[in-house]
Design a protein around this ligand. Structure first.
Ligand SMILES: [Zn+2]
Length: 296
């Protein structure tokens, strides 16, 4: 069974996915990778539906398509074009805007934007790989006037908490979350979902982190006037994220989606080859994310 797709090359992508059938077959293989089980009655035998990659339960007759109940659910996009969007979003080094996707694929910009939002949902952290070792945490404002983007910010500024895992002089992983306020409750929730309790966590003197030694015994709150000096990798990571954000997106609406996209790609900078398939797997296992939820 031809299944794995591990390449960054557009040529190989086009060869692998020449038509809609190949796309549906690929999705079906990913979706039922561990075997078929009817979502309605739990029966494990099926026959093909009218469309050959659909599966129909032989007990209750429930018919399921490869895209049903996934992030592809009810997408009006032709499946082949949807594949191209996932390909470009996952493999372009700095991402790709919906305007550019629209031009490349002869689709409406809004259609691309909407589907890209669904992909970004798939890029959301699974929270199952906690950061370990040396970890730095801080909060930052996004969309503020000192971002030198005056007049381009449609929304208000937002607070984002950022954590990085340090390796040598570099950064191996990064996570971020938009928070309402930099309260202890919000910071704690983010940290517990992304950082191992045994990690050497460094942060600044902000009172929001006070008392978190209970959850993170090695927490070090450094009092510092010049944060950039004490946490160079963290502040460089934040600066790079903000620079990227300014290039692709000019408001703080949907900020969390953009954090998801940026950190997803960043955290996989050493395993690019399988990135398309990894994202496809996430899209197939994530529940639908309809328009209403996107525009919130
Ligand atoms: Zn059934």
């Amino acid at each position: 069974m031809e299944k794995r797709f591990k390449s960054l090359s557009l040529f190989e992508f086009q060869t692998r996915f020449p038509d809609e059938d190949k796309c549906r077959e690929y999705l079906a293989n990913l979706k039922w990778e561990k075997g078929y089980k009817c979502p309605k009655c739990g029966h494990e035998k099926y026959c093909s539906g009218i469309n050959k990659f659909d599966r129909q339960c032989t007990s209750c007759n429930y018919l399921e398509s490869p895209t049903a109940g996934t992030l592809f659910h009810k997408s009006k996009l032709p499946i082949l074009k949807a594949f191209y969007i996932v390909y470009y979003v996952s493999t372009c080094k700095n991402g790709i805007s919906s305007t550019e996707l629209s031009r490349k694929l002869a689709l409406r910009q809004k259609t691309c934007w909407l589907f890209k939002q669904k992909i970004m949902k798939g890029m959301e952290s699974s929270k199952s790989f906690l950061m370990e070792g040396k970890v730095d945490v801080d909060e930052t404002y996004v969309g503020q006037q000192d971002d030198q983007a005056i007049g381009r910010n449609e929304g208000k500024k937002k607070i984002m908490v950022v954590a990085i895992e340090r390796k040598g002089k570099g950064v191996s992983r990064m996570y971020g979350r938009v928070i309402e306020t930099a309260s202890k409750k919000n910071l704690k929730k983010f940290m517990e979902e992304h950082i191992n309790s045994d990690a050497d966590v460094r942060t600044d003197g902000w009172t929001g982190y006070k008392g978190l030694e209970k959850e993170f015994p090695k927490l070090l709150r450094e009092k510092s006037e010049k944060k950039g000096k004490n946490f160079p990798q963290l502040h460089r990571s934040i600066m790079m994220f903000k620079a990227w954000l300014r290039g692709v997106h000019h408001s703080v609406h949907y900020l969390q989606s953009y954090i998801n996209e940026y950190t997803y790609r960043f955290n996989r900078h050493k395993m690019k080859e399988g990135i398309f398939e990894n994202l496809m797997k996430r899209m197939i296992s994530a529940p639908p994310h309809p328009y209403k939820m996107i525009i919130g």
